[in-house]
Ligand binder design. Structure first.
Ligand SMILES: [Zn+2]
Length: 72
Protein backbone atom coordinates (compact mmCIF):
# COMPACT_ATOMS: atom_id res chain seq x y z
CA UNK A 1 0.00 0.00 0.00
CA UNK A 2 1.16 3.49 -0.78
CA UNK A 3 0.96 5.45 2.48
CA UNK A 4 1.00 8.82 0.78
CA UNK A 5 -2.04 10.83 -0.25
CA UNK A 6 -3.05 10.87 -3.89
CA UNK A 7 -1.48 13.64 -5.90
CA UNK A 8 -3.68 16.68 -6.31
CA UNK A 9 -4.46 18.11 -9.74
CA UNK A 10 -2.00 20.92 -8.99
CA UNK A 11 0.76 18.45 -8.11
CA UNK A 12 0.06 16.42 -11.24
CA UNK A 13 0.24 19.61 -13.35
CA UNK A 14 3.60 20.48 -11.78
CA UNK A 15 5.02 17.06 -12.62
CA UNK A 16 3.66 17.33 -16.17
CA UNK A 17 5.51 20.63 -16.44
CA UNK A 18 8.71 18.96 -15.25
CA UNK A 19 8.65 20.67 -11.87
CA UNK A 20 8.75 19.35 -8.36
CA UNK A 21 5.32 19.90 -6.76
CA UNK A 22 6.97 20.43 -3.39
CA UNK A 23 9.76 22.92 -4.09
CA UNK A 24 9.45 23.92 -7.76
CA UNK A 25 12.87 22.56 -8.77
CA UNK A 26 13.16 21.39 -12.36
CA UNK A 27 15.94 18.94 -11.60
CA UNK A 28 15.10 15.32 -11.02
CA UNK A 29 17.28 12.26 -10.60
CA UNK A 30 16.10 9.01 -12.12
CA UNK A 31 15.77 5.99 -9.89
CA UNK A 32 14.67 2.44 -10.57
CA UNK A 33 12.38 1.65 -13.48
CA UNK A 34 9.56 -0.84 -13.41
CA UNK A 35 7.64 -1.53 -16.59
CA UNK A 36 6.53 1.78 -18.05
CA UNK A 37 7.11 3.57 -14.77
CA UNK A 38 10.19 5.25 -13.41
CA UNK A 39 10.97 6.60 -9.98
CA UNK A 40 12.16 10.18 -9.95
CA UNK A 41 13.66 12.09 -7.08
CA UNK A 42 13.77 15.86 -6.81
CA UNK A 43 17.42 16.90 -6.71
CA UNK A 44 16.64 19.71 -4.29
CA UNK A 45 14.09 18.55 -1.71
CA UNK A 46 14.40 14.77 -2.29
CA UNK A 47 10.69 14.21 -2.73
CA UNK A 48 10.10 11.13 -4.86
CA UNK A 49 7.44 10.23 -7.36
CA UNK A 50 6.64 7.30 -9.59
CA UNK A 51 5.61 8.43 -13.06
CA UNK A 52 5.12 7.18 -16.59
CA UNK A 53 7.51 9.28 -18.68
CA UNK A 54 5.80 11.21 -21.46
CA UNK A 55 2.28 10.51 -20.20
CA UNK A 56 0.52 13.65 -18.94
CA UNK A 57 -2.27 13.49 -16.39
CA UNK A 58 -2.80 11.67 -13.14
CA UNK A 59 -2.71 8.13 -14.56
CA UNK A 60 0.33 6.24 -13.35
CA UNK A 61 1.61 9.04 -11.14
CA UNK A 62 2.04 8.67 -7.42
CA UNK A 63 4.09 10.05 -4.60
CA UNK A 64 6.55 7.59 -3.12
CA UNK A 65 8.26 9.80 -0.57
CA UNK A 66 8.01 13.17 1.07
CA UNK A 67 10.63 15.92 0.90
CA UNK A 68 13.73 15.15 2.95
CA UNK A 69 13.50 11.37 2.77
CA UNK A 70 15.83 10.05 0.10
CA UNK A 71 15.87 6.57 -1.47
CA UNK A 72 16.11 4.24 1.49
ZN1 LIG B 1 11.55 19.29 -4.74
Amino acid sequence: MNPYPELTAIEVAALDAGKCPDCGSEHFLEGPRGGMNVNIQCARCKAEFNIVPGLPGSFGKERISLPGTAFK
